[in-house]
Ligand binder design. Structure first.
Ligand SMILES: Cc1cc2nc3c(=O)[nH]c(=O)nc-3n(C[C@H](O)[C@H](O)[C@H](O)COP(=O)(O)OP(=O)(O)OC[C@H]3O[C@@H](n4cnc5c(N)ncnc54)[C@H](O)[C@@H]3O)c2cc1C
Length: 308
């Protein structure tokens, strides 16, 4: 089921046709409060005032093939940073390098992402760069290093399922980076990524513990452990508590609409927690990756076909 869904997420016909079906639109609402920035900011405000949970916002889209479009995405993010500042919400930006033009060349993405990061620095906020397919890891790391040289408010996502990630972590630690660790959402071959879920879970734990060691924290590493896996969150928290890491010395990051009870419990316990809220019209491939993470979600799509 996971492979079929990941194939659907990449198929051009599915990308163009399925999002127009009403029942698919209805089902996506579970993970996305709406298609506009105002919808995401309304929800960010509510999370903050009702549950004291800060957020990340992301404007959905990927693999932009036109330089003007990539520039317009950067313009949009700069406006988003300004709107967030005006509202006084604690919300950071999370963006995909191929949405900002990485397929058009490293310079295009560098220029666009630098502009958003500069605006965020002026607003006292952060930008996080997502990690896409494994073929993008080297160019994304190069981009990260180049932009991080000018801006400290810049984090990168690393995927625990990749065999290369422990080495990438070691090479980044001296920079005092922002690192968001995820399990990994794309279809990758076994010579590139761990095929067994239990190995990915263990790699996630080991990498989290590595990034919470004194040398990494003293270098200035800001860690986001991005998972909804409650057992893993508790295992990492229990290690961190024993090691004397402050409860808010790192952050759990989760997606809007998933494991909501756990998000609120962590906030009540005074632990670092941040929720990523997505918006935008190009939600289809992103949404199908969410279905692939938990094929039981397909049941929600089928239910949303029912009237009422
Ligand atoms: C803030 C954030 C940013 C991310 N950014 C990236 C990125 O840049 N690149 C990338 O490759 N991946 C990214 N991901 C996705 C990540 O790689 C995983 O695919 C995703 O988080 C699912 O894995 P899990 O860690 O939640 O654990 P799993 O073991 O897959 O799930 C644990 C439990 O969480 C719940 N759960 C998990 N996913 C869902 C879902 N979709 N719907 C309902 N319940 C669910 C279920 O109860 C499940 O049993 C991101 C995830 C988060 C939270």
């Amino acid at each position: 089921m996971r492979s079929i869904l990941l194939w659907v997420s990449e198929n051009d016909w599915c990308r163009e046709t399925l999002p127009s079906f009403g029942f698919v639109k209805k089902a996506v609402r579970r993970f996305m409060p709406g298609e506009e920035l105002v919808d995401a900011l309304r929800e960010a405000q509510q999370l903050l005032t009702q549950h004291r949970i800060p957020s990340l916002v992301t404007f959905l889209g990927e693999n932009v093939a036109d330089a003007n479009e990539a520039r317009a995405v950067a313009d949009h993010y700069v406006e988003a940073v300004e709107a967030i500042k005006e509202k006084g919400i604690d919300a950071e930006i999370s963006l995909k390098p191929t949405h900002l033009g990485l397929d058009l060349g490293a310079e295009v993405a560098f220029e666009n992402i630098s502009r958003v990061t500069r605006a965020a620095a002026e607003a006292g906020s952060w930008v996080w760069v997502d990690m896409e397919y494994s073929r993008y890891v080297d160019p994304t790391l190069d981009l990260y290093r180049a932009i991080r040289a000018n801006h400290e408010n810049f984090g990168i996502c690393l995927q625990a399922y990749l065999h290369r990630t422990p080495a990438d972590v070691e090479s980044l630690i001296p920079l005092g980076p922002g690192i968001r660790l995820v399990k990994g959402a794309y279809a990758e071959p076994p010579d590139v990524a761990l095929p067994d879920k239990k190995d990915v879970d263990q790699a996630f734990y080991d990498l989290s513990v590595r990034m919470l060691q004194p040398d990494a924290l003293e270098a200035g590493l800001r860690l986001g452990v991005a998972t909804h896996d409650g057992a893993l969150v508790r295992r990492i928290a229990s290690w961190a508590d024993r090691a004397g890491v402050a409860k808010d010395g790192y952050e759990v990051q989760m997606l809007y609409g998933i494991a909501t009870d756990l998000q609120r419990t962590l906030a009540r316990e005074g632990r670092g927690i941040r929720v990523l809220i997505s918006y935008g019209k190009h939600w289809f491939p992103w949404y199908v990756r969410r279905l692939a993470e938990r094929p039981a979600n397909v049941g929600f799509v089928l239910k949303s076909m029912l009237p009422g």
